[in-house]
Design a protein around this ligand. Structure first.
Ligand SMILES: C[S@@+](CC[C@H](N)C(=O)[O-])C[C@H]1O[C@@H](n2cnc3c(N)ncnc32)[C@H](O)[C@@H]1O
Length: 277
């Protein structure tokens, strides 16, 4: 009997690698951060972004991140042999991202010489203008993570208390009014974030994917289901596929609500997959 040939239109993975990625949850404990990116309050690991990029694209394709922070997506794309572009509102983070990218290019040597890896300091809300000015080609994949509403302003969060003790670390992203992390009203935040993501649709190739890494938010004893709200809103523009749940199991537990009430230590994020059908 002849073997069926595996024609892979999406990525360069083997069937075994493909299958491994299909599990709906995974544990990924971020490796220790380099000093220069510590300043940023909430980055995702390059190693995680690389796994997604390698699943959702082939070598030489174009990856985009509208809120690139200190450049994790760009570094991951370089390592994976993909071209990449990222927008970041905070000029200090954009500068750090450019330095990080330069260092990554040095590490990778000639193998990355042909790859574009561009960090653009701007507001993601102006994507149409940015795409035209920077001649960004049609995108094969978008991977990104937004501010988790204005959670960095929350006084009580344990991680934030620790960061406040070190002046070299930022507690919030910026005081810029265009920074979505500074919007006090949840519904307004959700609307402006949704507008930015729907604004990317014309530049994402048909049937290409968009991954958004996000968490539900707990504030003042109330849950704001940001991941689920975003899934519902964006489902009107893109085809909602499904989520992969990113779990971390190396974070210290705090006794929230001990003896009184159920309050979880939330150590998981949703990686939401949408397709431009
Ligand atoms: C969760 S962080 C992204 C971190 C990034 N994935 C990384 O690993 O470094 C969200 C980023 O969105 C940026 N941001 C907020 N509002 C923005 C806007 N309107 N346009 C572009 N970037 C924005 C913040 O400065 C912050 O760096």
């Amino acid at each position: 009997m002849s073997k069926r040939i595996f024609r892979n239109c999406l990525n360069d993975l083997t069937t075994k690698e493909w299958l491994k990625f299909q599990k709906s949850w995974f544990v990924h404990n971020p490796p220790p951060r380099q000093d220069d990116v510590l300043r940023h309050p909430a980055k995702y690991p390059e190693t995680l972004a690389q796994e997604f990029i390698e699943f959702f694209t082939k070598r030489g394709q174009v990856v985009f991140d509208p809120m690139v922070g200190t450049g994790s997506t760009i570094v991951a794309a370089l390592r994976a042999g993909r071209h990449s572009y990222g927008i970041e509102l905070n000029s200090a983070y954009a500068d750090i991202a450019r330095e990080v990218v330069l260092r990554e290019r040095e590490n990778l040597g000639e193998s990355a010489d042909h790859l574009t890896a561009e960090v653009i300091h701007s507001d993601a809300a102006a994507v149409a203008q940015i795409v035209s000015e920077h001649r960004i080609p049609p995108m094969d994949y978008i991977i990104t993570s937004p501010p988790y509403w204005n959670m960095l302003h929350a006084k009580g969060a344990e991680t934030q208390k620790q960061r406040r003790q070190d002046e070299s670390l930022d507690v919030v992203y910026s005081d810029d009014l265009h920074d979505l992390g500074n919007i006090a009203d949840y519904d307004e935040f959700l609307e402006r974030l949704t507008q930015i993501y729907t604004g990317l649709k014309p530049y994402l190739k048909p049937m290409a994917y968009l991954t958004i890494i996000v968490k539900n938010v707990k504030k003042g004893g109330k849950i704001y289901p940001l991941a689920w709200d975003l899934a519902k809103q964006l489902g009107q523009t893109y085809a909602m596929k499904d989520e992969k749940v990113w779990c971390q199991d190396n974070i210290r537990l705090f006794p929230y609500g001990l003896g009184n009430a159920w309050v979880s230590n939330t150590f998981h994020h949703y990686c939401l997959q949408f397709r431009n059908d």
